[in-house]
Design a protein around this ligand. Structure first.
Ligand SMILES: [Fe+2]
Length: 454
């Protein structure tokens, strides 16, 4: 008995020492990952945004781009008799135009959604403020259309969730004007608890009703019931319809759109992507249609990063990279944005695991502020392909100034009031690069494997 008791304590002591050393090791990685003086924040609580309007009034209002001069207005009412109709105009309270659209609803086991309205309005003037009302009742909302030419500004934040950190990120995004928010997957973190999609819709309405939010899906959107594999993407596809039909896609899980000289391709990490898949064939056709004289910039957004030196989610994007990287490299893709890893990371221009000045720059921005917290550890030694890593919440900003130059900044959330630029880089457009034109045409190995642009 005594021997057993002694062994038990020896095991306990061993485990204590083991976990203490592990903790120290993690701290070392943690500190090496970014600015040494910065103390990274812990996760914060979920904010539950309640419904406090009449049943017929719109809730969860958000907007998205459709074609060059239309906007889709999406909202939900608990009252099923409210018409799917939007009135709009350029003067507050005076609506000289209106449009009717479609509606849907869905069931997810014991949950029944409200009436989900989607109304396409337009044609709209570029860079113009509009005022609108949904369903003929309730508050007036307002949005600004995107510019028709450069410059244009994108805000980027993935893996958003609905926590106090998310609120901080969105408040920082909103402090400086921008034209479009791009979200590389993982929106609500509802994870099959459907009322959390409603709280998320209400949580983001303040921002998503004012600027178009263009999103793609992440693993938290799948929501397929285990074993039976039913209900996959049911909430996401009902609530967050993107302009897939307008871009010749048969699935809301992948699509493309043009905005002010930028062609943006939203790819689906959680649907088939192999060479014989519908997504791959659609991507081939979509890239063949891109006119770089009209849209000099080519940007792709995925959820799972193809390049990642964080310990979290290692290798998860590899099969998609192998399937699609070549196609996008030949199209002279400028940038790949990804989420999934809850940290920020910037790579050099890269192709097939080697630095390549004619490949795209890869950036991971899975740092919106969700309930799961940060991915703290990066692999050591640092890969020469990875130029910046930081495990903090924040958002990115891409300012496309003209057909040749863009400026990227990454903004760390210091606290709920302040953010600071932690990383920045200038990018040159690949479609105007003579060296890359020759490299692509002659299928040569590019000579100078260097990154930073200016
Ligand atoms: Fe994810």
């Amino acid at each position: 008995m005594k021997n057993w008791y002694s062994s038990y304590h020896q095991v306990l002591a061993f485990l204590s020492i083991f976990f203490f050393i592990l903790h120290l090791t993690q701290l070392q990685h943690f500190q090496a990952a970014g600015a040494a003086e910065y103390v990274r924040p812990p996760p914060r609580r979920i904010i539950s945004t309640t419904h406090n309007r009449p049943k017929s009034h719109p809730q969860q209002v958000h907007i998205s781009l459709v074609g060059s001069d239309h906007m889709r207005i999406s909202w939900i009412t608990n009252d099923k008799s409210v018409p799917s109709m939007v009135e709009y105009g350029k003067v507050p309270g005076k609506y000289n135009a209106s449009a009717t659209g479609e509606h849907t609803s869905y069931r997810y086991f014991f949950y029944s959604s409200g009436k989900i309205h989607h109304v396409k309005i337009g044609p709209l003037d570029p860079n113009t403020i509009y005022y609108y009302r949904c369903g003929g009742v309730g508050d007036e909302f307002t949005f600004k259309t995107t510019p028709s030419k450069f410059p244009i500004q994108f805000a980027l934040a993935g893996d958003l969730g609905q926590t106090e950190w998310t609120a901080s990120t969105l408040a920082h995004v909103n402090k400086t004007d921008y034209d479009v928010l791009l979200l590389p997957g993982d929106l609500s973190y509802a994870d099959s608890q459907q009322p959390l999609w409603d709280t998320f819709g209400r949580f983001v309405e303040k921002y998503a009703s004012r600027r178009p939010w263009m999103v793609t899906q992440g693993n938290h959107e799948v929501e397929a019931f285990p074993i039976l594999k039913i209900n996959a993407f049911k909430a996401y596809n009902s609530r967050w319809i993107m302009p897939y039909q307008e871009s010749g896609s048969h699935s809301n899980l992948y699509y493309s759109f043009d905005v002010a000289g930028v062609h943006i391709v939203m790819l689906g990490s959680y649907t088939d992507f192999d060479g014989d898949s519908a997504q791959y064939k659609w991507l081939q056709a979509d890239l063949a249609k891109v006119n770089r004289k009209k849209t000099p910039w080519l940007v792709t957004i995925i959820h799972v990063p193809w390049y990642n030196t964080n310990i979290a989610h290692q290798g998860e994007g590899e099969s998609m990279r192998k399937a699609m990287e070549d196609l996008l490299y030949k199209a002279k893709l400028d940038i790949v944005f990804a989420g999934h890893v809850h940290a920020y990371e910037r790579f050099t221009r890269v192709y097939d695991n080697e630095a390549n000045p004619c490949g795209p720059m890869h950036l991971t921005v899975g740092d919106g502020g969700n309930r799961e917290g940060l991915a703290l550890m990066f692999k050591k030694p640092t890969s020469p392909l990875s130029l910046f890593q930081e495990a903090s919440f924040g958002h990115g900003r891409l300012r496309v100034l003209n057909r040749t130059h863009a400026h990227w900044t990454w903004h760390r959330n210091d606290d709920e009031h302040n953010s600071s630029i932690s990383d920045e880089v200038w990018l040159k457009n690949l479609s105007v690069s003579e060296a890359c034109k020759e490299a692509a045409e002659e299928d040569q190995e590019p000579s100078n494997a260097v990154n930073d642009e200016l």
